[in-house]
Design a protein around this ligand. Sequence first.
Ligand SMILES: C[S@@+](CC[C@H](N)C(=O)[O-])C[C@H]1O[C@@H](n2cnc3c(N)ncnc32)[C@H](O)[C@@H]1O
Length: 183
Amino acid sequence: MAIAHRTIYKNVAAALNLQTKDDYLEVGCGSGVFMKLYASHVHSVAGLDHSEDMVKLSTRYNQNRVDEGTAEFRHGDASEVPWEDEKFSAAAAIATFMFWPNSLGSLKEIHRVLRPGGRLVISLGWNADDGIDHTKHIKECDIRLYTGKEVQAMFKEAGFSENFITYSKGFGMPRIMIASAVK
Ligand SMILES: C[S@@+](CC[C@H](N)C(=O)[O-])C[C@H]1O[C@@H](n2cnc3c(N)ncnc32)[C@H](O)[C@@H]1O
């Protein structure tokens, strides 16, 4: 795992504070490595990704839990989360939010599948508060960068009752944004 990712994972894990009773959803889960490293103790894990290859990879990477029925991985877009209302107690989106074309609609979907009191943590390694000129990244990677204020406004509009933003320093990322919200 890249050093930059390790710092982000540690920050997300600290903000999520996953407990054994949690049912955890990761949106844009990629290979599912975060949940393997930081969510092995929770009651259940679920991953969503819009890449079929990533769904296969995360399933393989978490095969033991899939076989015992405490993990599942589904294919789909963050704006249409394919689980029922109030299924999860915690959710995260790590290094993926900046790619989502319908960010507000996706937050509303995550809000829908969280139980009352459920937590959401989003990491934004690159963001509009970090002081970097991202012009090239935006063009090359087709991403959208947000300020903390914009994320907080979206959390509110999506229905979250509390939210807060913290920043920390990571390798090559001077101001990683960790955005947390509670339903
Ligand atoms: C940089 S990777 C991060 C993967 C993982 N969260 C991690 O930190 O290891 C971004 C992931 O988000 C997924 N993704 C991007 N846009 C998405 C969307 N709109 N809905 C669901 N997944 C998406 C990509 O397929 C990719 O697996």
